[in-house]
Design a binder for this molecule. Structure first.
Ligand SMILES: Nc1ncnc2c1ncn2[C@@H]1O[C@H](COP(=O)(O)OP(=O)(O)OP(=O)(O)O)[C@@H](O)[C@H]1O
Ligand SMILES: [Mg+2]
Length: 371
């Protein structure tokens, strides 16, 4: 089996997150809306999908990552509802019949294509928010008809705020979430700055709507037995503690990078600290130009500050004279740049007050001048 998948992970490759799973299951039981928050690639989608699978409920998934406007949001919701109907009716033909009945009177083109049931909104004069309300109300009707709960999973929900001009769509979702007796809402998001604006501002519709689950990196005591089990399966022996620690240091236990490094290591015939170093170094070389292209999108000061944080492994005094010298920037530039980089999720401040680069790959590429 693939112990270190690079996409959404499901059991048995899903490690730990026991408390989070428990809380999410309890929220699903109680119909309590939940927001799952973490930086990119920590495992939000994996956590949601694993809880949904455990709950054994029908679910409509809405992946909002690529939406660019309100019409797109409406179509993503319709697409998710189409897949839900195919699941419920156990086939495309029956789903087509049900969808035609359910969406009668709405401007929705319903057809069967090679992928399955396709629901697409035709251009209409009414506001997308109003149509989304109607669509969600009809999903509620399906749940009532079957006397079952249905989970509505909005992945990358912060995109809604990014692409809409007002909070009409958020308002209708709030309305349905509060009034429904059958629909369970799960939202995930990665940009903490935007999520803070959406969920913590008393003037916004989502204020105090959700229970929030913040996920962090997986603890070493959870990872070690998992990795050692995978090592036994692969090489019939455990890894040396020093090799595991090196994996943890290099990837900073970031779930995605840990999986990348381990999936490469597990292709090798043996594994020790030297091979761990070599594999990580090779990975950095392969990714260097892509990281460079991403960093080119930042301003000169933003790159300078990121590099200073990467090379000195963060700081708890970014405006201090010492750090100003290290970064070769003035205190006021540092203050301004830190706040922009935090908003863009390039850096974070940990519980101890340390600012550091969030992504271990960017950090590694920036901290090494020779790759
Ligand atoms: N509990 C876990 N155990 C093992 N690996 C995990 C776990 N959670 C996530 N991963 C790994 O981390 C990576 C990211 O997972 P996932 O796509 O669920 O994260 P995400 O936070 O939704 O990411 P994105 O910000 O890209 O949407 C994947 O490679 C996945 O296999
Ligand atoms: Mg995701």
């Amino acid at each position: 089996m693939d112990y270190f998948p690079l996409t959404v992970t499901k059991a048995p490759a899903f490690c730990n997150r026991k408390n989070e799973l428990k809380r999410l299951s309890s929220n699903i039981q109680k119909l309590r809306p939940t927001l799952i928050v973490s930086p990119r690639r920590y495992g939000k989608t994996s956590l949601a999908i694993n809880s949904i699978n455990k709950a054994k409920l029908w679910c409509a998934k809405f992946d909002l990552l690529s939406v660019t406007d309100e019409e797109d949001i409406k179509n993503v919701i319709l697409h998710g509802v189409g897949n839900l109907l195919v699941d419920i009716e156990k086939g495309v033909r029956k789903a087509l019949r049900v969808a035609t009945e359910l969406f009668a009177g709405l401007n929705i083109k319903i057809s069967v294509d090679t992928i399955g049931l396709s629901l697409e909104a035709s251009k209409s004069s009414s506001k997308p928010a109003y149509e989304i309300l109607t669509i969600l109300e009809r999903v509620e009707k399906i749940a009532q008809k079957h006397d079952k709960k249905i989970i509505l999973f909005f992945d990358e929900f912060q995109r809604v705020m990014q692409v809409t001009e007002d909070s009409a769509i958020e308002s209708v979702i709030r309305e349905v979430a509060q009034l429904s007796n059958n629909l369970v809402f799960i939202f995930t998001g990665s940009n903490r700055h935007l999520l803070h604006k959406m969920f913590d501002d008393r003037d916004q519709p989502f204020y105090k709507l959700c229970d929030r689950i913040t996920i962090n990196r997986i603890a070493p005591e959870e990872y070690i037995p998992y990795i050692q089990h995978a090592a036994q399966e692969r090489w019939n022996k455990s890894l040396e503690e020093i090799a595991i620690n090196r994996i943890f240091e290099l990837t900073e236990r970031h779930p995605y990078y840990l999986n990348i490094l381990c999936s490469r290591l597990w292709d090798d015939k043996i594994c020790n600290t030297v091979i761990v170093e070599q594999e990580w170094h090779r990975y950095l070389q392969e990714e260097k130009s892509q990281v460079g292209a991403e960093l080119d999108l930042l301003s000169k000061n933003q790159r300078k500050l990121l590099a200073a944080l990467a090379r000195h492994n963060g700081t708890n005094a970014p405006r201090s004279y010492k750090f100003q010298e290290l970064a070769r920037m003035s205190g006021s530039s540092i203050s301004q740049t830190i706040s922009t980089l935090e908003k863009k999720d390039y850096i974070y401040q940990n519980e101890a007050g340390y600012y550091n680069v969030l992504d271990p790959l960017i950090k590694a590429v920036l901290s090494k001048t020779t790759l």
